[in-house]
Design a binder for this molecule. Structure first.
Ligand code: PMP
Length: 434
């Protein structure tokens, strides 16, 4: 009843603002990886990466409250938390990635990364992966490969390369052949941009290619492709908005497992556990070259309260060993999903690392035809039965990958609830769907 009234009021003033599930979901309280809805249902959150260390984590809440009671200003004044947070962040990075600029969102950070890259390289072209989404600013909207909206004409300074293959053979020689072929595609993209008068300033990609349906390149796979961009002065911008901050279980940042050395790293969503924290980390010469010619002030970015939240998130990850948890629980979950494949021919495979997993739904395992309609039915049904899960896909017409990207405090009990629900929902999957 409460929700129905809210739906009407929401529609009246917020118009076309979309909701994720067919049946609106109305949570009113959160704790760990659990949400409680307006009807008192306890719902497992297997999707949201913003409440990274758990919904309403007491340590983060306390840090925010302490700071908001004391002082909240902006980066025009001196204050301790921003320096401490920046120091802590660069300490998680490989050597050389040593300078930070704060933003409020991942979009702002990707947009700023573009300004840094074009300023430093003097180039004007951009390469992204086929289905990439990097944010919602006017610039990023022009290079949005993920969108289902009607396409306007693509700018001639933007080109797309395919994401790395979803499945790699595991055979070193075959993987090498695939990497060389991939580098060839990047070399062609670079040549094409040069031909159009726009040599690349940047190659943007997500470490785990989430919006391309989750791809996990083997260590070294991207190396040659990257060198094709660097040869003409282009910079490598790695977008860690979804995969970063210990989610993949082995390192702080997902790119560290790819053997990639980015020039610029972009962070967002999970950084403040819900407070708006976006960050660009880059080599200091890139940042210095930018400040020498340009300036960046963002009223709310890097304010003391947001930085206090960011520091508290890093502390919780360390104290509660959440990187290890992501690896342990993510591996367990992946193994259990693989175990379901025999009973459910609609599961074509599961891929990802740590607590970022994609479950590929197919019509059947022999043809591997994407089961997009079925996937949408599954996420709606999972939500109805008390588990939140998301959807992504290798192209805008085939969103058939269930995206599992929960808070890092996901535990064995959560795995059991997830598996029982997925199993039951797949068993009830209608054979025909309109
Ligand atoms: N990059 C990636 C990979 C994202 O998934 C998103 C958000 N979905 C963004 C950038 C943009 O972040 P924000 O919504 O905070 O602007």
């Amino acid at each position: 009843m409460l929700s129905e009234d809210l739906i009407v009021r929401r529609r009246r003033v917020l118009r076309g603002l979309r909701q994720y599930y067919d049946l609106p979901f109305h949570p009113i309280r959160g704790e760990g990886c659990w949400l409680y809805d307006v009807e008192g249902r306890k719902v497992l959150d297997a999707y949201n990466n913003v409440p990274h260390v758990g919904h309403c984590h007491p340590h983060v809440v306390e840090a925010i409250c302490r700071q908001v009671r004391e002082l909240n200003t902006n980066t025009r004044y001196l204050f301790e938390p921003i320096v401490e947070y920046a120091e802590k962040l660069v300490a998680t990075m490989p050597d050389g990635l040593d300078a930070c600029i704060f933003t409020c969102t991942g979009s702002e950070a990707n947009d700023l990364a573009w300004r840094l890259a074009s300023n430093f390289s003097g180039n004007t072209g951009v390469i992204t992966s086929e289905n990439a989404y990097h944010g919602n600013t006017t610039f990023l909207d022009q290079i949005d490969g993920s969108s289902t909206k009607a396409r306007r004409e693509n700018p001639n300074w933007w080109i797309r390369v395919p994401a790395p293959p979803a499945r790699q053979s595991g055979d070193a020689r075959e993987d090498k052949v695939a990497a060389v072929a991939y580098a060839g595609q990047c070399a062609s993209a670079v040549a094409e941009l040069i031909g159009r008068g726009h040599p690349p300033a940047a190659f943007y990609f997500e470490s785990l290619f989430c919006t391309d349906g989750i791809r996990v390149p083997r260590p070294g796979f991207m190396g040659e492709a990257i060198s094709k961009v660097r040869e003409v002065g282009g910079l490598i911008i790695v977008d860690e908005v979804q995969a970063g901050l210990a989610r993949c279980g082995t390192d702080w940042w997902a790119f560290q497992n790819l053997g990639v050395e980015p020039d610029i790293v972009v962070m967002g969503k999970p950084m403040g556990n819900g407070l708006p924290v976006g960050v660009v980390v880059a080599r200091h010469e890139i940042v210095d070259a930018f400040y020498a010619r340009d300036r960046y002030f963002n009223t709310f970015a890097g304010n003391p309260v947001c930085c206090a939240a960011g520091i508290a998130v890093l502390e919780v990850i360390e104290r509660e060993q959440l990187k290890l948890n992501a690896l342990r629980i993510g591996t367990l979950l992946k193994r259990k999903i693989e175990g379901l494949m025999e009973r459910h021919p609609n599961i074509g495979g599961v891929r990802g690392r740590g607590l970022l997993l994609g479950i590929e739904l197919v019509i059947d395992q022999s043809t591997m035809t994407p089961a997009s309609r079925q996937a949408r039915w599954v996420i709606n049904e999972m939500c109805r039965r008390g588990v939140l899960v998301g959807l992504t896909g290798p192209d805008r017409n085939a969103r058939n990958i269930l995206k599992v990207r929960p808070p890092l405090v996901f535990d064995e009990h959560a795995v059991d609830v997830f598996m029982t629900t997925l199993d039951a929902v797949l068993a009830d999957l209608p054979s025909r769907l309109e």
